[in-house]
Design a binder for this molecule. Structure first.
Ligand code: SF4
Length: 379
């Protein structure tokens, strides 16, 4: 078993038992079982984040919850508290295998399927660190824009299908065999040569022309859009830059059980009215939804500059329907895709990219933050 004192400095997706060192201490990533936290678990994370971390909690784009500012000395106590809440796997290897994202609009069948898949994966193949599964079997698929390699979805007729990322069609499966078939597909991925030097993604293998068994069933069409607000299952609320203060999480936990989404929002089950707090994003047109910013300096060791204060000041300049991405380095962790404008911090100032991602060629380089603000972003 891997103990709480095993630390990875950089280059890993952090887990709880293998945290990653960042500029403000260790980042401890919790993978909620089937994407759900009971009120007790959510309140317990809030308390543990205050006690053992710096009180800041991030929501990841893979539906995980990250406690920040943990120290090597406080990590064992955090793990002990999280284990008492049933949020810690038996060991780091089991934790790493349970890379499953679950639709926040899960019904009982979906939750049970996610748990069966987690159990089957303990005997599954060793997969690359970024490889993941999506159990997207709510009324309609909502995770198709979210990174995953093997997907369980529903077809238009309501039945379950198993689909490889990169292939538009899937294969019908049943609630009884779906989990095992997903693990079989992972074995196929490895046997077909999908892993090279410990890395590999399903879509890349498919792009090389390698295909599993014949797939013939399309997933149900996804909904046109969804955002913060009231939903049949409760209230979906967002947070500036996907970061929550421990006090906010504690207040939300008092309202109901929590579902974690890959959109850096939380669904509070059973609410029929929106919680009234200024630190929550509850409106689709809130300007804070138009800006994306990573941790930046000083929280990230790779960052060339602080980015969130600048993003916050620029939010009102971003028109409805447009997006601004401000990133502390060209890695672009917070938003790998394109944005209308991307500002990349470098050693010489900010690079500005239009209609591209953080790694694309800039149209202007070495800009000062004050210059960007006074020029106006979307003139
Ligand atoms: S994009 Fe760069 S600066 Fe921002 S969190 Fe990722 S590594 Fe750190």
């Amino acid at each position: 078993m891997t103990g709480a004192s095993e630390f990875v400095v950089q280059g890993w997706c952090p887990g709880a038992l293998r945290p990653m060192l960042s500029g403000d201490g260790l980042v401890v990533r919790i993978r909620p079982d089937a994407g759900r936290l009971t009120r007790t678990q959510a309140a317990g994370i809030a308390k543990a984040a205050r006690t053992h971390g710096n009180g800041l909690i991030d929501l990841s784009s893979r539906g995980n919850v990250q406690v920040r500012g943990v120290t090597q000395a406080s990590h064992p106590g955090l793990i002990e508290d999280l284990r008492a809440l049933d949020l810690i796997d038996a060991d780091a290897a089991t934790e790493a295998r349970r890379a499953i994202m679950v639709t926040p609009f899960a019904d009982a069948t979906t939750s049970s399927l996610a748990r069966r898949l987690a159990a089957e994966l303990t005997q599954g193949p060793v997969l690359p660190g970024k490889f993941g599964f999506a159990v997207d079997t709510g009324p309609a698929p909502v995770l198709q824009a979210v990174s995953a390699d093997i997907r369980l979805e529903r077809c238009a007729a309501g039945g379950l299908i198993l689909r490889c990322d990169g292939v538009p069609l899937g294969t019908p499966v049943t609630p009884q065999d779906a989990a095992q078939r997903a693990v079989d597909l992972a074995h196929w991925f490895v046997a077909a040569g999908g892993v090279t030097a410990g890395r590999g993604r399903m879509a890349a293998l498919i792009a090389r022309g390698v295909r599993p068994e014949q797939a013939d069933t399309a997933p149900a069409p996804p909904p046109s859009a969804y955002g913060p607000g009231l939903h049949p299952m409760g209230a979906l609320v967002g947070f500036e830059f996907g970061q929550i203060q421990a006090e906010t999480l504690a207040a939300l936990a008092a309202l109901g059980n929590v579902r974690v989404t890959p959109w850096r929002m939380l669904l509070i089950e059973g609410l029929t009215a929106l919680p009234d707090r200024p630190d929550l994003i509850v409106a689709v047109d809130d300007p804070r939804r138009r800006v994306i910013a990573c941790t930046g300096a000083p929280g990230c060791l790779q960052a060339h500059a602080p980015v969130r204060p600048l993003a916050r000041r620029l939010a009102d300049q971003v028109p409805l329907g447009k997006t601004l991405h401000v990133t502390g380095c060209a890695k672009g962790c917070a938003h790998p895709g394109a944005a209308d404008i991307t500002l990349v911090a470098t050693a010489k100032g900010f690079d500005r990219i239009r209609q591209g991602s953080a790694q694309d060629l800039p149209e202007a380089a070495g800009l000062a933050a004050a210059e960007i603000e006074s020029e106006g972003l979307f003139r």
